[in-house]
Design a protein around this ligand. Structure first.
Ligand SMILES: Cc1cc2nc3c(=O)[nH]c(=O)nc-3n(C[C@H](O)[C@H](O)[C@H](O)COP(=O)(O)OP(=O)(O)OC[C@H]3O[C@@H](n4cnc5c(N)ncnc54)[C@H](O)[C@@H]3O)c2cc1C
Length: 492
């Protein structure tokens, strides 16, 4: 048989696209290399714990949010989840900032922690909310962005209205440029805080982050951050089950090693020499892997240039999956904790600052009774891991740096751990097939860096791409949006 669409990868992008296509009556085949769904937002189980492979914080589930719209369109319920009143606690050597969802509580907190410049910071946040809302409005109709074809430009014309015009100044400035307008660029503490939030969401810091992208990410936290019961993998499981119930097929443990054009359709070759056929192809296995997946002829036809691609930098992640006695965090409201290393508070990566996500104590699927499963992750530079002659020692050292920092803020944490599983970019390549362990898409490198983004188009007729290496970039919300945009274009 010939499928309508073949999708490579069952990450959030591929699953969102496949489910949307299946809803529209298309016969889809999704090929997933591993035996887990959700890729970087998947899970694995060990010793009675359920660990989240990477992503932990769910967003876009509020009314009108991207995931909410997806589940609405599919007419299925999302998994149970806890809406977080405290998005996260940010632990700094001399204070803890409670990052509240509700605007009024957040503004009160700003007054408490940044008393001397609180009104400037609140005005800055007024702008964040205002501009973020315009970006949301624009993305709702799923236009192809950045535009690549005349058709893409034509589709953008209706969006060129008064509101969109208001966005223009934020498309040629960085967040730092905006901080200068509020005389906040030298406010060290606020910068450390903001850099932490931007690294978590946009993978970069104030000086390199295009303002409109940074603002959209910052306001998203306040629209609703969620701890999904069963982890974000539970979302992937729902989408997968919808795809199967709609009559489409999901092939687990089916790594695709080549996609090539054959006559009017595409052939998907698996490692076990099985060949599947489809009219169209959607690649969700990251642009980093593009040239390893498509045939040479297709590679030459594409906008994605192998040489340019190799030179573009991406972060890796150092991760620790762990299990801990629940008592250590007794009385703590927050499930998400960002830590700033007291020794090196300005380091943005490699342990200088990092996020620890604790499982929801109300969610019994994540850990044995009285325990909590946790994920600690920090951005890391990739090449040292691949070139290290003392890989195991480096891994041990990074693990200790992270655990020591948590222990500094929560004494007795280390002794209450009963399982600790560290992972490096090498782990991410092995289990999630992220080339060289690159995760989180392309970090913005300046005010115009968004112009270098890949859209869902590959430049090859009937071949599309989605996921965190495609605009708007990393995060389960962003990749879901790219999957929905791809599905919309494939059925236009
Ligand atoms: C440490 C870490 C923490 C994060 N935290 C958050 C967070 O808290 N909240 C959030 O929203 N986002 C977070 N993110 C980002 C988010 O996880 C990713 O942006 C998103 O999950 C990527 O989805 P994707 O669709 O691009 O594909 P991926 O998740 O990369 O999935 C691609 C899938 O394709 C499969 N595949 C690869 N090659 C092949 C092949 N040849 N054949 C078949 N299958 C193949 C892989 O096995 C994988 O399942 C985090 C990321 C990391 C790494």
């Amino acid at each position: 048989m010939i499928y309508d669409v073949g999708v490579v990868g069952a990450g959030f992008g591929g699953l969102a696209a496949a489910a949307t296509l299946a809803k529209k009556g298309m016969k889809v085949a999704v090929f997933e290399a591993s035996n887990e769904l959700g890729g970087s937002a998947g899970k694995f189980e060990r010793n009675g714990y359920r660990f989240q492979s990477g992503a932990t914080l769910g967003m876009g589930f509020e009314e009108g949010g991207v995931l909410h719209r997806l589940f609405d369109q599919l007419n299925i319920d999302p998994p149970a989840m806890t809406l977080l009143d405290t998005i996260m606690d940010i632990h700094m050597p001399d204070r803890t900032i409670h990052y509240f969802r509700e605007r009024s509580r957040w503004y009160e907190e700003i007054q408490r922690v940044f008393p001397t410049q609180s009104s400037a910071i609140q005005s800055f946040y007024d702008e964040v909310y205002r501009v973020g809302a315009i970006v949301d409005q624009l993305t709702e109709d799923l236009p192809v962005f950045p535009p690549r074809t005349l058709k893409d430009f034509m589709h953008l014309v209706p969006f060129v209205n008064k509101d969109a015009m208001k966005l223009l100044p934020f498309m040629n400035q960085t967040v730092e440029d905006r901080l200068k307008k509020y005389s906040l660029h030298n406010h060290r503490l606020f910068r450390v805080f903001l850099n932490g939030e931007l690294m978590d969401s946009v993978q970069t810091s104030v000086e390199y982050c295009p303002a409109f992208l940074g603002y959209a990410a910052l306001q998203t936290f306040h629209k609703g951050a969620y701890a999904v019961h069963g982890g974000l993998a539970a979302v992937a499981e729902r989408l997968a089950s919808f795809i199967k119930h709609s009559g489409s097929d999901l092939y687990m443990r089916h790594p695709i090693h080549k996609v090539e054009k054959s006559g009017q359709h595409f052939e998907f070759h698996t490692k076990r020499d099985r060949v599947f056929r489809a009219q169209k192809a959607l690649l969700n296995n990251s642009v980093h892997n593009f040239h390893d997946t498509v045939s040479k002829e297709m590679g030459e036809q594409s906008y994605v240039k192998a040489l340019k691609e190799e030179k573009r930098d991406s972060w890796g992640a150092f991760i620790i999956h762990g299990g801990v006695e629940g008592a250590v965090f007794e009385g703590e409201d927050a499930m998400y904790h960002q830590f700033i290393d007291p020794q090196k508070p300005d380091d943005l990566h490699d342990g200088g600052q990092f996020l620890m996500s604790l499982s929801d104590p109300r969610d019994s699927s994540m850990a044995p009774v009285g325990k909590r499963s946790l994920t600690i992750s920090t951005h890391t530079s990739i090449s040292p891991w691949w070139n290290s002659e003392k890989y195991e020692a480096d891994k041990e050292q990074m693990k200790n740096r992270l655990l020591d920092t948590v222990d500094f803020y929560f004494p007795s944490f280390k002794e209450k751990l009963d399982i600790v599983l560290p992972g490096t970019p090498i782990t991410f390549q092995k289990w999630l097939r992220r080339k060289n362990g690159k995760v989180g898409g392309y970090a913005p490198t300046g005010k115009y860096s968004w112009l270098n983004s890949y859209s869902i188009r590959t430049g090859i007729p009937d071949v599309y791409q989605c996921g965190d290496t495609v605009f708007p970039g990393a995060g389960t919300l962003g990749v879901t949006l790219s999957g929905m945009t791809a599905a919309k274009e494939m059925t236009r």
